[in-house]
Design a protein around this ligand. Sequence first.
Ligand code: HEC
Ligand code: HEC
Length: 197
Amino acid sequence: MTVRNVAIGLIAAATTTTSLSLNAQEPTDGAELLAQSGCAVCHGAEGQGTAAGPSLAAGTLSLDDFVAAVRQATRTMPAYAAEVLPDEDVARMFAFLEAQIAEPAAAGRADVGAELYSAYGCYSCHADEAQGGQHGPRLGPDPITFARFSWYTRHPTRTMPPYSAVVLSDQDMADIYAFVEAQPQPPPLESIPLLAP
Ligand code: HEC
Ligand code: HEC
């Protein structure tokens, strides 16, 4: 396989994953590799995530962390050893996924988002200002990336109820995200006498 031949020198040089070089001149390679290696079955053809696996096109992992995740089995995901899937191939997948990272499809409107956040009941677990509470974690300000936020809301893996696109549209998602992003920063620790360092 020519991809492998090209990669050999790079792999030889890459004794640690930190020296991996991204090689994105053939972006379709990454998509093919995702399909061939079976990743697409769980993570979607473009890494957008399915009910069986999280979005990979989410901009949340560095290349090193991405490689480490591929090498490490979890309860649901098999491990892929370097002999089966060389570092250079994983780097090609990563380069492809980086180009797929979803931004909100439409501009989010924080004021509309505030109403939706209330109407859909997010506040009942995540609290009125998305600061989190007894029944759900803090969502904002500074939320996780939009791609991951959207994927989790559609495919929660633990106790949160799922909100499909039929119930909550992509525009709604963008609006709620804008509301969460617009929340006030928590007070600095120095301003709370008991917690001041
Ligand atoms: C059988 C389904 C399945 C297959 C096949 C699969 N994965 Fe996963 N993957 C998962 C699940 C589920 C998780 C979330 C962790 C967990 O619960 O196991 C995950 C997690 C990950 C993560 C960590 C994501 C994060 O944000 O922390 C990466 C990276 C990843 N997979 C890449 C891949 C790649 C690349 C392939 C193909 C070489 C692949 N996976 C094949 C199901 C799968
Ligand atoms: C019944 C309680 C409940 C409701 C209602 C709820 N959530 Fe959640 N949410 C949770 C819990 C609990 C978690 C932590 C993970 C888990 O258990 O699923 C979570 C996690 C999340 C996460 C992932 C946060 C992270 O840092 O990974 C996002 C994003 C999210 N919720 C968004 C929403 C949105 C948007 C709504 C409304 C449309 C909503 N949630 C409604 C309970 C809830």
